[in-house]
Ligand binder design. Sequence first.
Ligand SMILES: Nc1ncnc2c1ncn2[C@@H]1O[C@H](COP(=O)(O)OP(=O)(O)O)[C@@H](O)[C@H]1O
Ligand SMILES: [Mg+2]
Length: 383
Amino acid sequence: MAHQAPVFLTRLKLTDYRNYLNMSLEVDQRHVVLTGDNGAGKTNLLEAVSFLTPGRGMRRAAYDAVARNGGNGTWSVFAELNGAMGNVSIGTGLRESALGVENSRKTRINTMAVKSGDELLDHLRLMWLIPAMDGLFTGPASERRRYLDRLVLAIDPAHGRRVSNFEKSMRSRNKILADDAPDAGWLDAVEIQMAEHGVAIASARVEVISLLSVVIVKSGDAKSPFPDALIQLDGTLESMIGEVAASDVETHYIDTLRDTRRLDAAARRTLQGPHRTDMKVTHRPKSMPAALCSTGEQKALLIGLMLAHAQLTGELHGYSPVLLLDEIAAHLDSERRAAMFDMIEQLGCQAWMCGTDRHLFEALGSRANYFHVEDGTLRPLDD
Ligand SMILES: Nc1ncnc2c1ncn2[C@@H]1O[C@H](COP(=O)(O)OP(=O)(O)O)[C@@H](O)[C@H]1O
Ligand SMILES: [Mg+2]
């Protein structure tokens, strides 16, 4: 396995961030392990790191909910890292302007304000696995779709823009359809936009999933505790990609949208498109749909997917992603824990992990920076 150049955080500072008043942390290239009781602030800290990528972070929190209770409503996350383009500092958060606390998060890279959070992806790619994802395979398709789009975004930074452009056009269409006498010319124009963005979304998903599938098959190891996943995209546009030319998929979707205006107006939403796609995962060795696998098997599948995706990101971007693993060790027996730590090691990722017990991380030995978390304060521990 190719060893990728490392991208790693060296410093993290939180101000008025959830239960952190003011916290500063310095680490080296090794993993970061946070241990402490429930409610200490472990997940909060990982969530803060997740704001170093575009979007609403790993809990998809409203930005104002992140501000510390009792603070003035502003918050910030500041990090220094050895990034894909060298050393860089990133600051992000909600600031105060003359009109009060701003409602959109502003990001600075090397103290310069950036136009789009997408620029963060030039410096690091992040992926996370959190307890809320335990129900990913049994829960609603929307969660799997969001996860799918995150897998794509970490590999293809233009994807976030595609998705938001599509959603914007779709909202316009839904709004026009809600009129008493919808303007057909206007609908035509908006539907052309939707088809353009929609086909771009579907193509990127198909591309990334087929690359990921190659990595899974290539690195497949019958002895691995993390079973191979078979991934299939269940979506009208996705199933056409590769079968017919992209321009034909676009035309087909434009026709579909035109033909379903009445239905969609009645439903008050757009019923067909890439915003309805599902990602079907199968436990390959057992040929068992993931939703029917045991809880432990589902977790193992998710970890396997994450590791394969981290490898693919490393191969394509040239730099391994930083991983945020919330309470991940708790569900694994000691052998699987050790295997996972070794696999992350091989990928050359810096992983930020947390759990209630220090002994869950014993197999990491001196391969991590250890901290004890209590009430939003950190204390370094010996390894
Ligand atoms: N905006 C906020 N301001 C202050 N405290 C908060 C805020 N949001 C969450 N908290 C508190 O942060 C504490 C730690 O949460 P968390 O990081 O999830 O704990 P854990 O260490 O178990 O992962 C919780 O007790 C929660 O009530
Ligand atoms: Mg937690």
